[in-house]
Design a protein around this ligand. Structure first.
Ligand SMILES: [Zn+2]
Ligand SMILES: [Zn+2]
Length: 167
């Protein structure tokens, strides 16, 4: 798997921020820690977890920190259609996402095949392609199994096939 998994960020959070050429501030540290603990979070969700630590944090300050991180390349923002932008620390590995249309759960999927870009367009029109972004939409396992038992509760008489004559 990737070398990214569970980087020892707590001690290193300041280093990650400084390493990206940014000044370490407490709000930036809180935002980065929040993303480490809750990947694929929206700015609102980040704010919610940051305010536990910094009650005076504002949505604007969270947005500022996030956009600084994205610009510096240590945070990736992706936007499943119809949803707010989601942020995560897994960058530069061209992974994809499974999104549940029912509960909104988001799961990482490694590059579909081989290395980035893992999908090759049938015609690249002269572009030098570096990234392929795929969102797989569907129902997560929990939602699918929650939805499944609802069907067998139909009354027995309904099982008799209805004869339809089509003409
Ligand atoms: Zn779901
Ligand atoms: Zn992801």
């Amino acid at each position: 798997m990737t070398t990214w998994t569970q980087a020892p960020l707590d001690a290193g959070i300041a280093d990650v921020i400084r390493g990206a050429g940014l000044k370490f501030t407490t709000p930036r540290g809180a935002v980065l820690r929040s993303l480490r603990d809750h990947p694929h979070a929206s700015a609102d969700e980040v704010l919610r977890s940051v305010t536990a630590e910094l009650p005076k944090a504002s949505l604007q300050s969270v947005y500022n920190a996030l956009s600084d991180f994205v610009a510096a390349g240590i945070v990736r923002r992706f936007e499943p259609s119809g949803k707010p932008g989601l942020y995560e620390l897994r960058v530069a590995d061209n992974h994809h996402h499974l999104v549940c249309t029912h509960c909104g759960a988001v799961v990482d999927v490694d590059c579909a095949v081989g290395h980035a870009p893992c999908l090759t367009p049938s015609d690249d029109h002269g572009f030098v392609v570096h990234t392929a972004e795929v969102t797989y939409w569907g129902m997560c396992a929990a939602c699918a199994s929650a939805a499944a038992p609802a069907t067998p509760t139909t009354p027995t008489q309904a099982t008799t096939p209805t004869q339809t004559t089509t003409g």
